[in-house]
Write a protein of this length. Structure first.
Length: 248
């Protein structure tokens, strides 16, 4: 079997194969294309398209020693709401489940307004089950986690720094026009709603009480937010890393 990995998938192939244009892979037992691709190091979540002799084919198709398999990466913008041969059941909306190895990314995604689950001590099987149950895209740096067969939508985050990771995810999934900054709680992911100052005045620090009149409160954990200098820094970060344009 001759296998060619294209684009950024080459960097994910096992080290001994990375310098090869194509890999000659000898099948010694029955295996699906998904299993073959992952045996060579590439999680199925990173694959956008498979072709055998030019014909598009699914992960479940069996491999054969006379096959010529081309493995193509995800091509941005990836629209998870559209069914494909590799992922025939689309997602109803964009929502994320974030692994602990990219935990700071979760805060930035929430800051940008995206529904993002994160908990720093959830076990891998539970995180995968939650992503599947709640129809979320699983973000991680753990290739073994993303190779789990239960994972349908996922992505192996390449960038190192959280701000660059945010830019990477926004670009890949074409989310620039879906940003809703400061609409979610950074702590718990709950939605923020306007709240009258008088309703929360007892919870405010003296200077906050004196200088601010506009407030939002999380519907999940009741944390209070107001438009201070931190808000301006957040918006500047989104403009820089996620190409956000303030409609105001």
């Amino acid at each position: 079997m001759i296998i060619t990995f294209w684009g950024n998938l080459k960097a994910l192939v096992r080290p001994q194969f990375r310098t090869l244009e194509s890999i000659h892979y000898e099948l010694t037992r029955a295996a699906s294309l998904k299993d073959i691709v992952e045996a060579l190091g590439v999680p199925h979540t990173e694959v956008g398209r498979l072709t055998v002799a030019g014909k598009e084919i699914s992960f479940a198709a069996p491999g054969a020693n006379n096959d010529r398999l081309d493995v193509y990466p995800l091509c941005p913008p990836v629209d998870v709401s559209i069914p494909t041969l590799l992922r025939p059941v689309p997602l109803p909306s964009v929502a994320f489940a974030v692994d602990m190895n990219v935990g700071k990314l979760a805060t930035l995604l929430r800051m940008a307004g995206f529904d993002t689950f994160y908990h720093n001590d959830i076990a891998d099987p539970d995180l995968v089950a939650l992503a599947l149950r709640e129809q979320r895209i699983l973000l991680s740096k753990d290739t073994d986690l993303l190779k789990r067969k239960e994972v349908v939508f996922g992505y192996l985050v390449r960038e190192i720094y959280p701000e660059d990771q945010l830019a990477e995810v926004v670009h890949l999934f074409g989310l620039k026009d879906q940003l809703k900054p400061l609409s979610r709680c950074l702590r718990c992911n709950g939605m923020l709603q306007p709240v009258a100052k008088q309703q929360i005045i007892a919870q405010l620090e003296p200077l906050t009480k004196k200088y601010y009149d506009s407030f939002r409160q999380c519907q999940g954990c009741s944390k209070i937010y107001w438009p201070g200098s931190h808000r301006d820094r957040m918006l500047l970060g989104l403009k820089k890393y996620a190409d956000y344009h303030d409609p105001a």
